[in-house]
Write a protein that binds this ligand. Structure first.
Ligand code: B12
Ligand code: SF4
Length: 466
């Protein structure tokens, strides 16, 4: 069979700079690609973030038997559109959707243009679907898979437990020509690898621990090393939910990587308390090339941290900043800006970043993401069918009510980026250029760039349900 794997692009009407913030390798599709190649199929991977105008042409020339789409919440509607267009142009083709959003809210894919929806890790269900289609057998119950049968979606039961040994090594040759264009900040080209999945913490704004049912599953070191050897890129993002949970494991892994003579630069998520508790592990990883960490600071307000169940105090964050500086580890610090923030919180956050010389701050708007705890009625952006308008779930738009008038909130949020733009500029990455080019157009000193207001949705977010 011919199998087309499609990574969706962002809606530029909602976020004018589209995918320019960061574009990393489409690793989920590379996993699926490895399965399909292994089953003897002809496989193509189309990354619409890089080739947004190639969908029709690829469908017409390749004539796929199966189109597979992946996506986060912000991609749901685009994924559905890809499936619709696929069926219009190649009426015989079947479609399958999976990924973060499908795992947590499969119902959004229960549509006539979709034939299969996969929940959780996709390799084994994808193999089963490929076999079903290739052998033309009647639909069977496939664990972790909803199959459309006579117009309704039937569940094949819960997904199988996550098992690193049951997953193939991603087929990175499928995106061979695009690899040079994958980047996160200045790290270009960048590859990604996973050493663990899940997290023992229970932060209220995060869905990752729920996806894994609270379990933390680690991968054998030799398997990580074997995969690292196959990755040509120098920069590597450890895409673990939280890699530094088990100090011993990470020390052993560093030893194995060093012994294998692998020379790369690593970037990973890390909790502040893991960093403080495990200075020796951090230093060891610094030795083998971990130059930068993404620290989920989330909030500088202790009472908010308690609400987030983050189990982290402002005082720890301050110590973490000092420790990283001592160890010569650069920090990208993410701050969640809550829609409840008033001028006071925005001022304090700005002061905190300036006074503590946070090198590389990044910001997300608190968003009631699928798989987290929230009151559904609080979501104000809706599709005509009443479901949330997922295009806005890019963590850059308030999708709930704001304490400040919405435009004032958007202005203050955008001004956080403007204020610290020099820090992005200093990083000299493509994100910098994209942000500078797109944000500064129409900007006025000290004021709100009109484009920014639009970018952050001031004019585009519908204000009420439906
Ligand atoms: C790496 C990463 C990034 C990277 C790279 C993304 C990329 N591919 O280019 C960067 C930094 C660019 C990024 C950006 C963003 N990210 Co991000 N990112 C991650 C991270 C750390 C890992 C995701 C990943 O690749 N996992 C590995 C792959 C293999 O797993 P997977 O995608 O789940 O795929 C498996 C299964 O889901 C399934 N599957 C997936 N697709 C399909 C399809 C089919 C057909 C089938 C059968 C199965 C299947 O099988 C796969 C193989 O096991 C996660 C957090 C985490 N630890 O999971 C957040 C995460 C996915 N990101 C998130 C978000 C929100 C974003 C942003 C929107 C905003 C932001 N500021 O963070 C942007 C959007 C960028 C964009 N336009 O795509 C959220 C998504 C939540 C949601 N419900 O939408 C997450 C969960 C983090 C969080 N904040 O909670 N991200
Ligand atoms: S935010 Fe980080 S520490 Fe908290 S549950 Fe999610 S992955 Fe774990």
């Amino acid at each position: 069979m011919r199998v087309l794997l499609v990574y969706p692009n962002a809606n530029t009407k909602v976020i004018p700079w589209g995918d320019a913030g960061a574009i990393a390798e489409p690793i989920a599709l590379e996993y699926l690609g490895a399965v399909a190649v292994g089953e003897g199929h002809e496989v193509r991977l189309l990354d619409l973030r890089l080739h947004h105008d190639l969908l029709d042409e690829t469908l017409d020339s390749f004539q796929p038997d199966l189109v597979a789409v992946t996506g986060y919440s912000m991609h749901v509607l685009r994924c559905l559109e890809v499936c619709r267009v696929a069926k219009e142009r190649v009426p015989s083709c079947r479609t399958i959707a999976g990924g973060h959003h499908a795992t947590l809210e499969p119902v959004d894919f229960f549509a006539p243009e979709v034939d299969y929806v996969v929940v959780g890790e996709g390799s084994r269900p994808f193999r089963a679907v490929l076999r079903e289609l290739a052998d033309q057998t009647p639909p069977a119950a496939i664990p972790g898979t909803y199959t459309r049968v006579e117009g309704t979606f039937r569940s094949g039961g819960p997904p199988l437990p996550f098992d690193f040994d049951a997953i193939p090594c991603p087929d990175r040759t499928l995106a061979r020509d695009d690899r040079k264009d994958y980047y996160i900040d200045w790290m270009r080209p960048i590859g990604m690898v996973r050493t663990s999945i899940g997290c023992p913490y229970r932060c209220s704004f995060c869905s990752l621990w729920r996806i894994m049912g609270g379990r933390y599953v680690t991968r054998r070191g030799d398997s990580v090393v074997a995969e690292l050897r196959t990755i040509p890129e120098r920069y590597i993002f450890l895409m673990d939910d939280e890699p530094f949970i088990q100090a011993e494991r990470m020390l052993r892994l560093a030893d194995e990587i060093e012994r294998a003579g692998i020379d790369k630069e690593y970037f990973a998520y890390c909790r502040v308390d893991s960093m403080l508790r495990q200075g020796d592990v951090m230093q060891r990883w610094r030795q083998i090339g971990m130059k930068r960490l993404l620290l989920g600071v989330e909030t500088i307000f202790d009472e908010e941290s308690i609400g987030y169940r983050k189990r982290q105090k402002r005082e720890q964050v301050l110590r973490g900043l000092e420790a990283a500086a001592r160890m010569d580890i650069q920090l990208m610090c993410n701050f969640i800006v809550h829609p409840d923030y008033s001028d006071r919180e925005f001022d304090e956050l700005t002061r905190f970043i300036e006074e503590n010389r946070v090198e590389h701050p990044s910001f997300t708007v608190w968003t009631p993401l699928p798989g987290t705890q929230y009151d559904d009625a609080s979501i104000l952006v809706r599709q005509p069918n009443g479901r949330p308008h997922w295009d806005y779930f890019d963590l850059q738009h308030p999708v709930t009510g704001t304490r400040l008038p919405k435009e004032a909130f958007i202005t203050r949020y955008f001004n956080l980026y403007m204020r610290f733009l020099s820090k992005y500029y200093a990083s000299d990455g493509p994100m910098t250029l994209a942000l500078l080019q797109r944000m500064s157009r129409g900007s006025v000193p000290g004021g709100v760039p009109p484009l920014a207001a639009q970018a952050m949705g001031a004019e585009t977010i519908p204000s009420g349900r439906k």
